[in-house]
Write a protein that binds this ligand. Structure first.
Ligand code: NDP
Length: 300
């Protein structure tokens, strides 16, 4: 923390660097295989905030040369019909990656999506196989928001090894995978949730705090350790503003560094999603190519 306030951990420069690399990867992929990989974004029903988020992803795809395909499915769809639509995308050789916008309509169990997605195309890491790989430290797709939270810390040069990290939130898409990734960085991790008895006592011990809850202003300055580094993943619409889960006004006088909301984790999340798509595309293209190449080599 300087006299002018804490260091702001902006996501935009980190995201721009990642996108630059992806752009080169897309160009190389097109030269080699003659087509651009496709990201399929499945939207079930109409939800205004997620529509804005999806448009941002589609724009990011366009900017780097990835083909973005919005698959709009009526909100009254049955679980069986949704499964069969996802299965079609699994079988589409042009589609390298699939994301399904959450939340789903209440009638549809999450498992209708998580269990149907081809793990090789599950670029946001929601399939149980990818979740298990993360847990075991094997190669797979990690949920991008959790990865973005940790990437922001690393790219900003924040030292992690041996430090006390606290994650508030334990969802399968953000809190839990963020805790696993922080463990991988050799921090000592505590995970808090809605039943944590004394949240402030836990957060006050955090040298690195990641908050992913979805409650505006849940964490105030008095709940923070002096000179802590704070990653605010929360996105909350309050009136006509978007705010995080951390009360910035009271936090800024205590912490040494904090992400702005919007403009912190969000841009990095989008950029990382594109890197996952390219990893998926390269793996699928190689698999498809191997028998053909084998055949060519076998010919006299
Ligand atoms: P969920 O609703 O799935 O999970 C919220 C978590 O917060 C749960 O584990 C819940 O605990 C915990 N929680 C709720 N109330 C409290 C409380 N009072 N004290 C402590 N913990 C509490 O949300 P997500 O993980 O999907 O998303 C979290 C936030 O991150 C949201 O604001 C979302 O919009 C944002 N987000 C941001 C993204 C980005 O790119 N920046 C992308 C994805 C999400 P319990 O398990 O006990 O119920």
């Amino acid at each position: 923390m300087s006299r002018n306030g804490p260091r702001l951990l902006h996501g935009a420069p980190i995201a721009a660097e990642i996108r630059g690399q992806v752009k080169d990867d897309v160009a190389a992929f097109k030269r080699r295989y003659g087509f651009a990989p496709t990201l399929a974004i499945v939207m079930v029903g109409r939800d205004a905030p997620s529509a804005v988020y999806l448009q941002q992803i589609l724009r990011s795809c366009r900017n780097v040369g990835i083909s973005g395909r919005l698959v709009e499915i009526p909100g009254r769809v049955s679980a069986a019909a949704l499964r069969s639509r996802i299965a079609q995308l699994n079988d589409d050789p042009l589609v390298a990656g699939i994301i399904v916008q959450m939340p789903l309509p209440r009638r549809i169990p999450l498992s209708a999506v998580t269990d149907t997605l081809d793990p090789a195309k599950d670029i946001d890491g929601i399939h149980p196989l990818n979740a298990g790989r993360l847990e075991l430290g094997h190669e797979g797709f990690v949920p991008t928001t959790a990865q973005a939270a940790v990437q922001l810390l690393k790219s900003s040069g924040i030292s992690l090894e041996g430090r006390r990290a606290v994650v508030v939130g334990r969802s399968n898409v953000v809190g839990k995978p963020a805790a696993i990734l922080l463990l991988r960085e050799n921090t000592t991790v505590t995970v808090c949730h809605s039943r944590t008895r004394d949240l402030a006592a836990e957060t006050r011990r955090a040298e690195v705090l990641v908050v992913a809850v979805g409650k505006p202003g849940l964490i105030t300055g008095s709940m923070l350790k002096r000179r802590a580094v704070v990653i605010d993943v929360g996105i909350n619409v309050v009136g006509d503003r978007i705010v995080g889960d951390v009360d910035f006004e009271t936090a800024k006088d205590v912490v040494s560094a904090i992400t702005p909301v919007p403009g912190g984790v969000g841009p990095v999340t989008n950029a990382l999603l594109l890197t996952h798509l390219m990893r998926a595309a390269a793996a699928q293209a190689q698999t498809a190519d191997t028998p053909r190449r084998g055949l060519r080599q076998a010919r006299p």
